[in-house]
Ligand binder design. Structure first.
Ligand SMILES: NC(=O)c1ccc[n+]([C@@H]2O[C@H](COP(=O)([O-])OP(=O)(O)OC[C@H]3O[C@@H](n4cnc5c(N)ncnc54)[C@H](O)[C@@H]3O)[C@@H](O)[C@H]2O)c1
Length: 271
């Protein structure tokens, strides 16, 4: 289905690792809606090679970049404008990684070298990206930048570990940079807070299966799928949402405003 919502628009999509990735679905939908874009991921993630299939399918070029390296980001942005033939209209930041989670370190027993690394990848990279784009004057007026986040930034989900802190910082950057970029260039900056989703990053969280089932029962509409998250990203990149900025936007089937559901209550009914 195409409504040509992104016809004539150019962008960069970070974070498509495999077909499950939310960024993968965004790239497919952006292509359907007429956008031209560059795909990027960390050089190490390229080794899997799956991104080549997506590049072929969407007629996109791949430019590797470590999102923690300002040098890589500046090179990526400059080359993207050359390849696409002009300034950009949208950027998707779909990047997350916690070394403490990967190594199974409890939140109360962090290795701070790991903490700093995860913070750099998951949160500070968003500031580096925005600052690089602004310095290179890479975004057109009314451009739109979206990063993906999770409600653990607002409420405790114990096994989400230090990613909760990273997401809080990420959302704060969207507000703060959104102010400055809005004033300077009318560029919009938002985060989308997505339901738990079965991806490589998602399933790295301990107890993810129970968790996704709980969330499904706690959401009146059920968990939002990756494909629907992609649709929301497309809407945010389109001209139909030009005055939405500095927001954390819940895309979660109603989870964030639900205290309890009948389906969850039923689990506690005494027999
Ligand atoms: N899956 C979920 O349950 C869920 C829920 C809410 C939000 N999110 C967020 O969505 C985003 C995308 O995650 P996903 O679930 O699609 O998983 P994913 O594993 O497919 O994507 C994460 C991406 O981050 C990339 N990455 C890691 N380090 C990087 C670096 N140094 N430089 C550049 N890229 C790097 C990985 O290569 C990968 O492509 C993340 O921000 C994640 O926190 C996921």
């Amino acid at each position: 289905m195409s409504n040509n919502l992104l016809k004539g628009k150019r962008g960069i999509i970070f974070g498509a690792l495999n077909e499950q990735s939310i960024a993968w679905k965004v790239a497919e939908r952006a292509h359907e809606e007429g956008a031209e874009f560059i795909l990027t991921n960390a050089p190490i993630a390229m080794r899997m090679g799956e991104i080549n299939a997506l590049a072929e399918k969407t007629g996109s070029k791949i430019i590797p970049a470590d999102a923690t390296s300002v040098e890589d980001l500046e090179k990526l942005i400059t080359e993207s404008m050359e390849v696409l033939g002009g300034k950009l209209d949208f950027i998707l930041h779909s990047i997350g990684m916690s070394v403490n989670v990967r190594k199974g370190n409890h939140y109360t027993n962090e290795n701070y070298d790991y903490t700093v690394k995860g913070f750099d990848v998951s949160a500070l990279s968003f500031h580096k990206l925005l600052q690089s784009a602004m310095k290179l004057d890479a975004l057109n007026d009314w451009g739109s930048v979206v990063a993906l986040t999770y409600i653990a930034a607002q409420r405790i989900f114990p096994d989400y570990n230090d990613m909760a802190d990273n997401k809080s910082y990420l959302e704060s950057i969207a507000r703060s940079f959104g102010y400055h970029y809005g004033l300077a260039k009318k560029v919009r900056v938002n985060t989308i807070s997505q339901s738990p989703t079965m991806t490589t990053a998602g399933s790295g969280v301990k107890g993810f299966n129970q968790f996704i089932n709980y969330s499904e029962l706690m959401s009146p509409l059920g968990n939002a799928k990756a494909e629907d998250c992609a649709n929301y990203c497309i809407a945010m990149f389109s001209d139909l949402t030009r005055y939405v900025t500095m927001q954390n936007l819940y895309h979660d089937g109603g989870f964030s405003n639900t205290g309890v559901t009948q389906a969850v209550m039923d689990r506690f009914t005494e027999i």
